[in-house]
Design a protein around this ligand. Structure first.
Ligand SMILES: Cc1cc2nc3c(=O)[nH]c(=O)nc-3n(C[C@H](O)[C@H](O)[C@H](O)COP(=O)(O)OP(=O)(O)OC[C@H]3O[C@@H](n4cnc5c(N)ncnc54)[C@H](O)[C@@H]3O)c2cc1C
Length: 1016
């Protein structure tokens, strides 16, 4: 105990929890009651929040009880939405690892029976322990809960925290505002069921609670695999039966009971308790563990009725103990209910929680029935106080157009509490973020790392990609690899030889390194906005299990891999739009205990789109239903990127461009996982050759914004160059460099753009991240004129020197025109015409017309994803696209002739080529042939506008990408048809369907095309 007490200090200066009430008087009252008054506030101007759902009942929290309540309410005919905090349902079972039933607990309801059905492999173990059931796998729990919701017709989303409560015109509760990676949305609801672990919504609504006692508190935590850690601080208890993997391997689990000193009941105190518990219970051979601590809350609410005696059973307990005193339209369904603490412990057993949940669901419907249509729903303002200057900037756009029919609610001007204050705040503790935090803290900056999941390392650990692919494995990356060996991962870290590292070890390694350097870590927190003043980012808006607040920062490092914070702050970003629909394949891995490496590529997922993310997790559970569990990190290879002070291009890499501000040396090949779009690659595709790339500091600086650096997959670079700079060894080194840069800015008080780059580079050279010669580098562009002249001469030979021409087109084009006119060799003439047309020059149209006319369809390219390198189109495809680029109307007949020869069996690249060429020409005469092509058998009907369709349409085989590709083909053709003026409305009809597609990239692309964006 002494050790735990001694080490505990909630290190945040402004460490205050907060409860946001819907109106000023409530807020004052609540903060008084909790005796925690934020020392600072931040202004949030009035704004409209889009309404995502308008329902009878909203359930907040995805526990087994919350699901039972939602299902029961839906079965009574109510419209129900459930906002799940985690990326799955069943956090009370899976998040705390409380999967075991106790002797005498017998599942009775159909849902309980399905949840706790013993895995088939359990029969072999029966003789070992007759009295206990073998617990279900997390996959079983999560999938069964999904299925129950889908069958009952309950809508739900993952990764959503309640941020505020809404009120109607009479001042009564009328729903919630939720925060997630799509931004913030309102859910109008007549009744709220608060199924969160700490009754967060009830606190926001002004319910009264007993104070959280200061001092040691009892928590439980489960570790799977390894041996019991024996210390004076904790008591260990072996669980009665092992957990079984999908292969039937048994893993023993240990439940630890710990007493952890708590300063108060704020999230920040819980975040620190989580770290202390990990310090005490981690074992080098563990294969999995609880995400969050389990506790029977010592601070129950004051209910309409209080029950001090024994638990009477979920079927009998008075529902008034679930209703907060003085707050109508709200039920609490969790450990904060007004029961004796023994009673609460019994309620938290899953079978009881579900029983009570079902009754509460029905009661909520009956209460909703007595409430008329909600009117004048809003998020009321709160009292204006002296606040930190700046404004909260965030995404308030909904991701599906149909949603706009629900309108928006007004959020009046208000203040948001400050919940922390640091020098450097890193958002996302993944491949780039964990190293960034370590580096910043080591340089003496007070650092906080915020991570939504409950572990560090991102794709390389929770994403189950435990191997490096190329990369410059020096410097910080080398340090990490060696430290991994020292932590017990013998031989691991050097996985170039094919061995994957142990994810559990790597996560712990990062955690220890951060703690040792003095950084704080908050798990389970989403960065979902920014505090901005005059183009300077001054803080991060966070969504936490107990609400929304702001963490002030001198520098923010956006390591979400997706530029979430930069985008929210207003940075220009690139992603799928009306011009492009090229995305690298993504996946979600199935997961076994102790899993290390499972590389998947079967879909496209937009991480920032909550609908898409929900769809992908639901579909993946069907796909991998036999697995022990499902990964929680979506493995997207391509994400939203900033437009930075510099945009790295494939040309820079091909030409070995050096920079005066290089901070990373990256090394890989063009591992495209799809098709390329850079015009140079349409003429001469990338090959498998390993190539090095210098990455300048400016790629991390969002144009026009200060106070923020972006790392990882979110940096400023052409999508086609990302494969060369996105490998883990290089992102780790990049994160490290960002952390040092941030600390330098803090120390010097300079803007990030003004730090002394040479000092940073010298540090990186000393560390080994960069070779010494980088210190002498200057920008090697523009290229000398002689190099351009030579390239124009050599280019007819296998496109030799093409990158030079693309790098310097203004100098090359006049030379190319001359070369075309004077070329005597037909092949050379065609190559000159081909290049010129790619730049939109019509001079070689005759040559291209003749070439396309003369060639029959050649072998095209199909999108398979994994392991695809090189050309993503045939030579004829490339010529057709170039011909379209000439704008010469004679091209239409020639291309239409080719269109007539295609059918559903043809390769994808042919469709892409004709579609691109015809949409560039944009002539009505091409519409009919395109429509006829789309009407051929097997060409249409691949949009996933509902989840059952998506489940049916996504093949079970991990490698099967067929439906993803059919959708791509359909969309490319529909887009071209629409842009050619459409035929019988077919193009528009298809695009409108895809606008409603559950897959975010398709939906956004279709929407943008219908918005009549022009093609590139
Ligand atoms: C399927 C796949 C296979 C790959 N194979 C290899 C390989 O074999 N070898 C190799 O070297 N590289 C491989 N890569 C590439 C490499 O792993 C990635 O490019 C790299 O890990 C990305 O790092 P990152 O820091 O940008 O993102 P991540 O590692 O994903 O880190 C981002 C972190 O931020 C968190 N986060 C996101 N948004 C928020 C938010 N708003 N608030 C709070 N937290 C947030 C996430 O939970 C995550 O932990 C692969 C990538 C994928 C997807």
């Amino acid at each position: 105990m002494a050790k735990l007490l001694g080490t505990t200090s909630v290190a945040v200066v402004v460490c205050v929890a907060f409860w946001q009430a819907g109106c000023a008087k409530n807020q004052d009252l609540m903060l008084e009651m909790q005796n925690r008054r934020p020392v600072a506030w931040v202004n949030e101007s009035a704004r409209n929040i889009p309404v995502a759902f308008d329902v009878d009942v909203v359930v907040v929290g995805g526990t087994s009880g919350g699901v039972a309540a939602a299902v029961a309410a839906a079965q009574q005919g109510a419209k129900v939405f459930l906002a799940a905090e985690r990326p799955y349902l069943g956090e009370d079972l899976c998040g705390t690892y409380r999967l075991w039933l106790e002797p005498g607990e017998k599942p009775a309801s159909p849902l309980a029976k399905r949840l706790f059905a013993e895995p088939a492999a359990a029969r072999r173990l029966k003789s070992a322990s007759e009295t206990y059931r073998v617990p279900p796998t997390p996959m079983q729990v999560k999938r069964m809960l999904d299925e129950a919701m889908l069958q009952a017709g309950v809508e739900f989303l993952f990764g959503c925290y309640a941020a505020d409560v809404l009120y109607d015109g009479q001042g009564k509760l009328a729903g919630i505002v939720m925060a997630n990676r799509s931004g913030r949305q309102a859910v109008k609801a007549k009744v709220i069921i608060d199924a969160t672990a700490r009754a967060s919504v009830a606190r926001m609504a002004g319910a009264a609670f007993r104070p959280y006692p200061r001092g040691p508190q009892t928590f439980r935590r489960v570790v799977v695999g390894g041996e019991a850690v024996k210390t004076e601080e904790v008591s260990a208890h072996k669980m009665p039966t092992p957990l079984l993997t999908s292969q039937g391997a048994g893993y023993e689990a240990i439940e630890y009971t710990l007493k952890i000193p708590m300063a108060d009941g704020s999230f920040v105190s819980f975040a620190e308790a989580e770290q202390l518990a990990r310090n005490e219970t981690w074992h080098p051979k563990q294969g999995d563990d609880s995400e969050t601590l389990f506790q029977v809350p010592p601070d129950p609410m004051r209910g309409k009725e209080s029950l001090s005696g024994v638990w009477p059973d979920g079927e009998k307990v008075s529902l008034d103990v679930f209703r907060p005193a003085g707050v109508s339209r709200l039920f609490v369904l969790g450990g904060c209910v007004d029961l004796s603490r023994d009673g609460a412990e019994k309620l938290l057993r899953p079978l009881e929680l579900m029983k009570a949940g079902s009754r509460i669901g029905a009661a909520a419907v009956s209460e909703a029935g007595s409430i008329g249509k909600l009117s004048d729903v809003k998020l009321p303002g709160n009292s204006v106080r002296p606040a930190v200057s700046g404004q909260i900037s965030e995404n308030l756009a909904w991701t599906r157009p149909a949603q706009s029919e629900l309108g928006s609610v007004i959020a009046e001007a208000r203040v948001v509490p400050v919940v922390g204050q640091y020098d450097v705040v890193v958002v996302g503790g993944g491949t780039g973020g964990a190293p960034a935090g370590i580096a910043a803290a080591r340089q003496g900056a007070r650092t906080l790392v915020i991570e939504y999941l409950h572990g560090l390392g991102g794709v390389g650990t929770l994403g189950l990609i435990g191997k490096y692919y190329y990369g410059y494995r020096e410097g910080f990356t080398k340090e990490i690899d060696q430290a991994l060996v020292e932590l017990g991962g013998s031989g691991e870290g050097d996985s170039g030889k094919g061995e994957a590292w142990n994810s559990e070890l790597k996560m712990e390694l990062y955690r220890r390194a951060l703690r040792k350097a003095g950084a704080d870590i908050w798990f389970g927190v989403l960065g979902c906005g920014a505090l901005v003043e005059d183009g300077r980012v001054k803080g991060v808006v966070v969504a936490m299990p107990d609400g929304r607040g702001v963490v002030l920062a001198k520098v923010v490092i956006d390591s979400t891999g997706n530029a979430d914070i930069a985008a929210a702050a207003g940075a220009d970003c690139v992603y799928t739009n009306g011009h492009g629909l090229a995305v690298q394949g993504a996946g979600i891995p199935p997961q076994e205990i102790g899993a290390r490496y499972t590389n998947t590529d079967w879909t496209f997922i937009d991480d920032t789109d909550v609908v898409d993310v929900w769809h992908a997790f639901v579909v993946a559970k069907k796909k991998y239903q036999g697995a022990y569990d499902l990964g929680q990190l979506i493995d997207t290879r391509e994400r939203r990127r900033i437009v930075g002070d510099f945009v790295l291009s494939p040309l820079d890499v091909y030409l070995g461009r050096t920079f005066a501000d290089t901070i990373v040396l990256a090394r890989s090949n063009f591992d495209t996982h799809g098709f390329t779009v850079h015009p140079m690659f349409m003429l001469r595709p990338p090959d498998r050759e390993v190539i090095t790339a210098y990455v300048p500091y400016r790629c991390l600086l969002p144009k026009g914004l200060d106070g923020i650096l972006v790392t990882g997959l979110g940096v400023s670079a052409d999508r086609d160059v990302m494969p060369v700079i996105r490998m883990q060894p290089d992102i780790q080194n990049q994160g490290y460099a960002a952390g040092v840069a941030a600390a330098m800015a803090v120390k010097s008080g300079k803007r990030l753009r003004d730090i002394d780059i040479n000092t940073l580079q010298k540090h990186l050279v000393e560390k080994g991240n960069l070779p010494k010669e980088v210190l002498d580098h200057q920008d090697s562009f523009p290229l000398p004129k002689e190099q351009v002249e030579k390239a124009v001469e050599t280019v007819p030979k296998n496109f030799d020197g093409l990158e030079v021409i693309f790098a310097q087109p203004e100098r090359a084009l006049p030379l190319l025109r001359k070369a075309y006119q004077s070329a005597e060799n037909e092949d050379a003439k065609l190559i000159y015409a081909h290049i010129l047309a790619t730049f939109g020059e019509a001079i070689g149209a005759d040559t291209l017309l003749a070439a396309v006319r003369a060639k029959a369809w050649d072998k095209g390219w199909n999108f398979t994803g994994m392991g695809q390198f090189g050309a993503s189109m045939s030579p004829l495809d490339s010529l057709i696209i170039a011909l379209g680029g000439t704008g010469d109307r004679r091209a239409v007949d020639v291309i239409v002739e080719k269109v007539a020869q295609l059918d559903a069996k043809s390769e994808f690249s042919h469709f892409r080529a004709v579609a691109m060429a015809l949409e560039t020409l944009a002539v009505p005469v091409a519409a009919k042939p395109l429509a006829e092509l789309l009407k051929r058998p097997g060409m249409t009907g691949y949009a996933f506008t509902d989840i059952e369709q998506a489940k049916r349409g996504t093949p079970d085989s991990p490698a099967d990408t067929s439906t993803r590709n059919c959708s791509l083909r359909e969309l490319f053709l529909a887009r071209a048809l629409y842009r050619c003026g459409d035929y019988e409305g077919l193009g528009e009809k298809i695009l409108k369907e895809y606008e409603r597609d559950l897959r975010g990239h398709y939906a956004r692309h279709a929407h943008a095309v219908l918005g009549k964006e022009t093609p590139h």
